[in-house]
Design a protein around this ligand. Structure first.
Ligand SMILES: Cc1ncc(COP(=O)(O)O)c(C=O)c1O
Length: 454
């Protein structure tokens, strides 16, 4: 089906059209003011990990300075730690639109997914099937593929090589009455394709299979609503959306309660803690709360329509909350919508500019009619240059990009670029600017021109 005819996979309930206050946004991120080799640093490495607002740094430092303790103790700092973790869970619940006890914290998405695949694997064996996709990051592939050891059959879904969209016909064909789980990415961390995950969940439900959504790459680019999606599990990593290095798993309460995690005996049987092993990274959990606060404040500024030059009426986020009927969830949705509009405009400029560079091949959706189905993540190859050479030359000029496969190994293998060093990846998030896009395009054109002449 042509991209333009597909239903939009975006899940967004806000219709805000207020421009992002980029001056305020950028002032929140101290790292963005850095330079590299005498040039302003341009962070185009968001898909590998985004920068953090000052409030995240402050929250981490403050926790370590004042409340550093283990959980469950009968004293002040331990109680403060318990309270802080509960607040962070509730904040992530609003970010994903679920209840706090459906939020599991872990070191990263990969570890959480191995934990869940092992727990689900206890119930699976010969005759059971799992459906995976070749578009996914390996963290949503290998943990499930490992269940072949238990006799489970793994089926893989192809993607369309022309535009790197998931082959939904193949997906439907791989699903059958033996399917127990479908694991699919919300968005590709390489080619940027946004998958129609609502449809995948629907197909899974039709045969009584569980759905496991990897939203790691999607989370900085679009709002997530696990209730509207009705997915069984969804995972993301806070370091990809302006928080610290941690992973978060949403699981429907009924599954978190029924499934049996591998765990130590003294650990509680209560959810969600029974899924959280050992001592968590408390300081980073404090940072997660601050990260959601950032999204909320961004959204409240959007909701109140403040122009860059205007000062806010309220002195703090707490006052904003007290004075406004806008909920945290509403504010997060407004922030996502404003970020999306800005990223969309940058995507149009970036793709038009990349396609004009002689010898450059862009992989993924390039037709503007399909832009609702991609995020601002671009992979390219340029004749006469390896991706590593390009990333190195860009890095010397202050542009932080990435090269290789970014663990989207099935994709680079199928496109036969794995043996050639993969792709150069350029990733935009909402703190990037049009001016940065223009400078990147100019510099890349110059580098490629030099390569062709020499
Ligand atoms: C789409 C996607 N899924 C999963 C992962 C793995 O996440 P983590 O580093 O939290 O294990 C990444 C990391 O780059 C990713 O981009």
């Amino acid at each position: 089906m042509p991209i333009a005819e597909q239903t939009s996979p975006r899940v967004s309930s806000s219709s805000c059209s207020v421009a992002l206050d980029l001056t305020w946004v950028r002032s929140q991120f101290p790292a963005l003011a850095q330079s590299a080799n005498g040039q302003p640093a341009v962070f185009l490495d968001g898909p590998g990990g985004t920068q953090v607002p000052q409030r995240v740094i402050d929250a981490i430092a403050d926790y370590l300075a004042r409340n550093n303790a283990n959980t469950g103790g009968a004293y002040q700092t331990s109680r403060n730690t318990d309270r802080m973790i509960a607040e962070a869970r509730s904040a992530m619940g609003d970010f994903l639109n679920c209840d706090a006890d459906e939020i599991v914290f872990g070191p990263n998405m990969t570890t959480l997914t191995f934990a869940m695949s092992r727990a689900l694997g206890r119930e699976l064996g010969p005759g059971d099937e799992i459906v995976l996709t070749l578009l996914d990051h390996d963290a949503n592939f290998s943990p499930w593929k490992a269940l072949e050891e238990k006799g489970v059959t793994v089926r893989t879904v192809k993607f369309n090589e022309a535009d790197c969209t998931l082959d939904m016909d193949d997906l439907a064909a791989q699903i059958g009455k033996r399917t127990r789980l479908i694991a699919v990415g919300y968005a590709s961390n390489a080619v940027g394709t946004i998958n129609n995950v609502a449809e995948v969940v629907r197909l899974a439900r039709q045969v009584g299979a569980l759905s496991y959504i990897d939203a790691v790459h999607y989370a900085p680019h679009g709002s997530i609503d696990v209730r509207a999606l009705d997915c069984d599990f969804l995972v993301c990593s806070t370091y990809k959306f302006f928080g610290p290095h941690m992973g978060v798993l949403y699981g429907k309460r009924e599954h978190l309660k029924r499934l049996r995690p591998y765990k130590v005996r003294p650990n509680t049987d209560n959810i969600p803690n029974c899924w959280e092993w050992g001592t968590l990274n408390h300081e980073c959990i404090a940072g997660i709360k601050a990260c959601v606060d950032y999204w909320e404040e961004l959204g409240r500024r959007v909701e109140t329509g403040l122009a860059p030059s205007e000062t806010r009426q309220a002195a703090s986020l707490q006052e904003d909350r007290a004075q406004s009927s806008v909920t945290r969830r509403d504010a997060i949705l407004a922030a996502h919508e404003a970020a999306h509009q800005h990223e969309r405009a940058m995507t149009e400029k970036m793709i038009a500019g990349l396609l004009a560079i002689p010898g450059l091949k862009l992989y993924g959706i390039s037709d503007p009619r399909g832009f609702d189905h991609r995020c601002a993540t671009f992979v390219v190859r340029v004749e006469g240059h390896t991706p590593l050479e390009l990333a190195t030359k860009l890095g010397e000029r202050g542009f932080f990009t990435w090269d290789g496969n970014y663990y989207a190994l099935n994709l680079t293998e199928q496109l036969d670029v794995e043996r050639l060093g993969g792709f150069l990846r350029i990733g935009l998030v909402h703190y990037n600017t049009m001016e940065e896009v223009e400078r990147l395009l100019g510099t890349l054109t110059e580098i490629c021109g030099v390569a062709r002449r020499s």
